[in-house]
Design a protein around this ligand. Structure first.
Ligand code: ADP
Ligand code: MG
Length: 429
């Protein structure tokens, strides 16, 4: 057996590894700080403590799974399979199934591009590596899979933005969530020169996130003009005379729907429901679920319930997704193609409406808000935003919104005595 080097755990690593009770553990640390290694130790210790169980581990993408877990360019950190071998287990990696079978249990390897593919039987624990790059749904799916067995979720990541990792994890420390934070430089052996070089060469916000593990507002945010302090509001009952629009993003695997009410008096929009289905639902089942969502208050469950007046359902790409629209049309849920063919002019419309504070969202719309806080341009190597959208396929609810809003044009102020600063939004641009 190869020699196993003695390592002194960082206090953050030790504190997490000795905590078998908190439902969620989070190592939020700088790059090279020993996060992935913490995941190896966590799996190892839990598997020996609870033999005979199944575990999950996910990287954000297949490329990262391949680069970080199945292979490793770091001489100080073996592959996961090799790690198990080094500690005296007898792992066997099945490439087709992506399972590592070892002496004390088995580890299923996943990627989070499509969180529904991370669904399955109950697990004793689920480790997400770099979940700062995953959607909220990936975290929720992991929690759901360990929930039945009172298992534990481990998150090991640097911060990337001000999305769910901040709002649902870092800011909830102590509420069943155990967060430890440390900088890259805190890890014994982390090269000081690299730390100093990066400090001098990266934009300050990026350095603080990547090496000091501090949450910062990243450059390249597309919806920076969405004014949360005004436009994120407590839920209220939508009046029955308001009009409702639905935006549909068919996606590859995660069809999503945004339900939006339009106040005829002010022209303001209120996003009131986000719909993200589980896997394996038929078109019929989805349409039935949507019909329940548009019921007026108190009408749900009745035989012929009264519903909101749904004026228009919009979604799918103009050219490529006619067939999908037809499938929903056949079930009586008529979806129109959006007026604007390209994503950039659609984004411009949404930004224009944000600048007038015309779009409101209820505070409990967690997925929508997470997407709004993280939807960004790709950055180049110096940390400057490019024209390209980062990981566009992951963003479902913001595209629903873009489809809906491509029908509207923000008009300039209509000045009346009673509403000196109210704006009208006219349909049919
Ligand atoms: N407590 C520690 N003491 C010394 N070296 C460590 C410690 N924790 C991790 N390492 C080493 O640091 C390097 C980077 O660890 P890794 O877990 O890949 O970092 P990260 O995932 O945070 O980028 C690896 O070679 C790993 O073996
Ligand atoms: Mg890592």
């Amino acid at each position: 057996m190869p020699e196993v080097k003695e390592i002194k755990l960082l206090s953050g690593q030790a504190s997490l590894l000795f905590d078998f009770d908190s439902p969620v553990l989070a190592a939020i640390a700088g790059t090279g700080g020993g996060k992935t290694m913490t995941g190896y130790w966590w799996l190892h210790s839990r598997m020996e403590a609870y033999p005979g169980n199944t575990w999950g581990m996910a990287e954000p993408t297949w490329q990262m799974l391949d680069k970080v877990i199945l292979n490793s360019s770091d001489p100080g950190r073996p592959t996961l399979e090799e790690y198990f071998r080094q500690v005296g287990h007898h792992p066997d990696y099945s490439k087709g199934e992506r399972i590592i079978k070892a002496d004390f249990g088995q580890v299923y390897l996943y990627t989070a591009e499509n969180p529904n593919s991370m669904q399955g039987a109950p697990l004793k624990g689920f480790w997400l590596d770099e979940p700062g790059q995953m959607s909220l749904l990936a975290h929720q799916t992991a929690l759901q899979r360990v929930g039945m067995m009172r298992g534990q979720e481990l998150l090991t990541t640097t911060p990337y933005n001000l999305g769910w990792l901040l709002t649902e994890i870092a800011q909830q420390n102590g509420k069943g969530i155990h967060v430890e934070k440390w900088r890259s430089i805190d890890r014994p052996g982390f090269p000081k020169e690299t730390y100093e070089y990066m400090r001098q060469h990266l934009p300050p916000w990026r350095f603080r996130m990547m090496y000091d593990a501090e949450f910062e507002r990243p450059a390249g945010l597309i919806y920076g003009s969405f004014n949360e302090s005004v436009c994120v509001i407590d839920r209220f009952e939508i009046p029955s005379n308001w009009l409702v629009y639905t935006g549909h993003d068919f996606g590859r695997d995660n069809p999503a729907v945004l339900f939006t009410a339009h106040d005829p008096a002010t022209g303001n929009f209120f996003h009131f429901h986000e719909y993200i289905p589980g896997p394996g639902l038929s078109v019929h089942e989805r349409v039935e679920a949507w019909k329940k969502i548009i019921c007026l208050p108190g009408e749900q469950g009745k035989e012929n319930p009264k519903t909101y007046n749904v004026i228009k359902r919009i979604g799918g790409s103009v050219n490529g997704e006619e067939e999908t629209r037809q499938a929903y049309n056949a079930h009586g849920w008529i979806i129109n193609a959006p007026k604007l063919k390209n994503v950039e002019p659609r984004i411009d419309k949404v930004i224009g409406l944000h600048q007038l504070n015309k779009i409101f969202a209820f505070r409990d719309m967690a997925h929508y808000l997470d997407e709004k806080r993280t939807f960004s341009r790709k950055l180049d190597s110096s940390g400057q935003p490019t024209a390209e959208i980062d990981n566009e396929a992951r963003y479902h609810l913001v595209s629903c919104e873009q489809y809906e809003m491509s029908d509207f044009t923000p008009e300039t102020a209509i000045r009346t005595k009673s509403f000196p600063r109210s704006y009208l939004v006219k349909a049919g641009a």
